[in-house]
Write a protein that binds this ligand. Sequence first.
Ligand SMILES: C[S@@+](CC[C@H](N)C(=O)[O-])C[C@H]1O[C@@H](n2cnc3c(N)ncnc32)[C@H](O)[C@@H]1O
Length: 244
Amino acid sequence: MDNFEPATFGELNADDYDELHDPGTTDETVALISSMVGTGRVLELAIGTGRIALPLAKGGCDISGIDGSPDMVAKLRDKPGGDKIPVKIGDFADVDISGTFDHVFLVFNTLFNLQTQDDQVRCFANTAKRLNPGGTFLIEAFVPNFTGFTENQRVKTKRVDAQSVWLEAVQHDPINQNFDFQRIRITEAGTKLVPLPLRYAYPAEINLMARLAGLRLKHRWGNWDRSAFTADSTFHISVYEKPV
Ligand SMILES: C[S@@+](CC[C@H](N)C(=O)[O-])C[C@H]1O[C@@H](n2cnc3c(N)ncnc32)[C@H](O)[C@@H]1O
């Protein structure tokens, strides 16, 4: 999908992000991350509107963030405590922020917002450079699933009521592992299109990206309660460690 820059997600979604993008796992995510980070210095890649970072900061976590979207970060700044978290505006694949960190995390499938394998590999390499020895990089990502796809496409009805219909169309490019999503919201007032291009990777490929960056897999869970990752898991939480 052309012309989708680091700021584009926020231009399309910032206004209703908190309302429409709640995965329902925020408390569990915050609980697991806060149990891991202790007093260490923490960086969230793609901090967004602060869904995870704000409760962590409230609990005393020393957290900074990077995001490509001034619109998303403006929403974070508007919330209580949101002006106190240091945030760098930029492409999170560059990890262009000063200092080093004990823990870096990137949740809610956002690794896949980087649309090429090269960008994802670069993200791992740059993250590893910013990690202190013994530091960790936690990723939350879905396991690719092609249920409902025929001829590399699917259309799903997401919501229907008397005033609107929300549809989701996806085209799949199996060569480059890209999903081009178009969310189509039709109301009496008109049609709103919310595109999202993703580049998916299987857990084994993500391990390889980490290995290329000198990181090793420490944990892989199938849920935020640290339950086992199995063949039935729909997503994974993977924690990579920089050797001491
Ligand atoms: C799904 S949201 C996740 C936000 C937050 N981490 C959360 O869990 O709610 C994706 C975020 O990634 C940011 N983003 C997408 N591509 C980016 C890029 N290349 N560089 C920096 N930020 C990017 C968007 O602006 C958005 O804030």
